[in-house]
Design a binder for this molecule. Structure first.
Ligand code: COA
Length: 393
């Protein structure tokens, strides 16, 4: 598919001069440039700036620039429409022809504007990289590294346990990543030695018995939204599992598009020990990925998986030695992020669409069941046991 797109549009390279295919077109262009209207100097500067862009602006923009360039240099389109099999020629002709009677001067200005905004956009995306998240997030850290949107779970002293604020910020960050045109993929990783220790059990502790019902309903809402945001995240989402992962940080792994784990990562879902039940669509995704018998071992009987075991059970994509994890994943993410973004998102959503509704239904059911589980004695006793464990040592 990518190759055929490249064959179709391969000649539409980023420099507009290169958009002019044939030798005669180029000659015609050079002659026309000599008799250009009002904004000659800026127009020529814009052409030079175009060559400095490091990112391909995409075929849509390049086609638009092609039409404007022809209009600016030659005036109204009077070339015959190319034959139906010449798809590239047709697209270029269409782009020029649709400008109708636009003056050469206006076409120059529009052409200059496009290039100015492309240059500004590129400058903007490298500035964001340096400035980070501007203090908007406190429990996570958000950075842009080129076209990679990175979410770092950032409570290392609590093993990156997810409190309410972190749930909220993680949802907001995913929404920000989905809307930010300068980023093409999003990654999630953890600060410190853990990827994440799951739900912050303090969310459930220190609650008056009369407030437990409300707490459970509030938690249901945020959990439902959190998992729903994963289901609907439109761009490739990649998990970089730097260390042990527990609870919901494991159950949501089936909703990532790829998961790379350090060799020291482990995967643990101790739900029944805690009197709880699975979430993150794992009640559906784990049996699908691992087979029912292996999923039950993990979700019912608390079997903690090593990274190679998680790979063998299709929960993760691959295992990378701890010593080179950071460097290898950085390089890989940069490479992924430079792939054609529209092709990545349409391909991802093609796969997701098949069972998007199913995943939302599973999510809703899991959340409903947890409302009951969180209020159970089994759950409350397990959480009390966790927080009193040190005083019992
Ligand atoms: N919720 C709340 N606090 C947590 C937490 C969690 N899920 N996981 C770790 N913490 C806190 C600990 O209470 C401790 O805080 P403190 O220093 O104020 O006492 C700190 O993080 C470090 O944890 P600690 O238990 O001392 O480290 P450890 O290396 O011995 O064990 C874990 C790490 C993750 C194995 C252990 O903390 C644990 O079992 N956590 C609970 C995991 C869990 O059940 N998650 C929910 C699944 S639904």
């Amino acid at each position: 598919m990518a190759a055929s797109v490249r064959r179709t549009f391969g000649l539409l390279s980023s420099a507009s001069v290169r958009l002019l295919r044939s030798h005669s077109e180029r000659q015609f262009h050079l002659a026309a440039v000599r008799t250009m209207p009002a904004h000659d100097a800026e127009f020529n500067q814009a052409k030079d700036k175009l060559k400095t862009l490091s990112e391909d602006p995409g075929n849509e923009v390049k086609l638009k620039m092609y039409g404007l360039f022809k209009q600016a240099t030659l005036g109204k389109c009077n070339a015959p429409k190319p034959g139906m099999w010449d798809m590239v020629g047709q697209a270029k002709w269409q782009s020029w022809n649709q400008l109708g009677d636009m003056s050469q001067d206006d076409a120059q200005k529009a052409y200059i504007n496009i290039i100015e905004s492309l240059v500004a956009e590129e400058k903007g995306s490298s500035t964001t990289e340096a400035s980070g998240d501007g203090g908007k997030y406190t429990q996570i850290k958000v950075t842009r590294e080129g076209k990679v949107f990175k979410i770092l779970l950032n409570r290392p002293t609590k093993k990156n346990a997810i409190n309410y604020e972190m749930y909220r910020e993680w949802i907001d960050a995913l929404k920000e990543a989905s809307q930010d045109k300068s980023v093409t993929i999003a990654v999630v990783t953890g600060a410190g030695d853990y990827f994440c220790s799951g739900n912050d059990l303090a969310n459930f502790a220190n609650i008056k018995p009369s407030d437990i019902g409300k707490m459970a309903l509030d938690a249901r809402e945020i959990l439902n939204e959190f998992v729903g945001t994963f289901i609907d995240f439109p761009k490739p989402l990649i998990g970089l599992i730097n260390g042990p992962a527990v609870g919901i940080s494991v159950t949501t792994l089936g909703l990532y598009d790829a998961v790379y784990a350090s060799s020291r990562a482990t995967f643990h879902t101790p739900f029944t020990v805690l009197g709880q039940s699975p979430e993150g669509c794992s009640s559906y995704m784990f049996p699908k990925l691992m087979g029912a018998a292996k999923a039950s071992e993990v979700l019912l009987f608390n079997r903690k998986l090593t990274a190679p075991e998680a790979k063998e059970r299709n929960l993760i994509t691959s295992v990378i030695p701890e010593s080179s994890f950071q460097q290898e994943t950085d390089t890989m993410m940069q490479e992924f992020s430079k792939l054609p973004p529209k092709s990545m998102t349409t391909s991802k959503n093609l796969m997701r669409e098949v069972e998007r509704q199913k995943l939302h239904d599973v999510n809703a059911k899991e959340c409903d069941l947890l409302v009951e589980r969180w209020q159970s004695d089994e759950c409350m006793n397990a959480i009390m046991a966790f927080f009193t464990r040190k005083s019992n040592l």
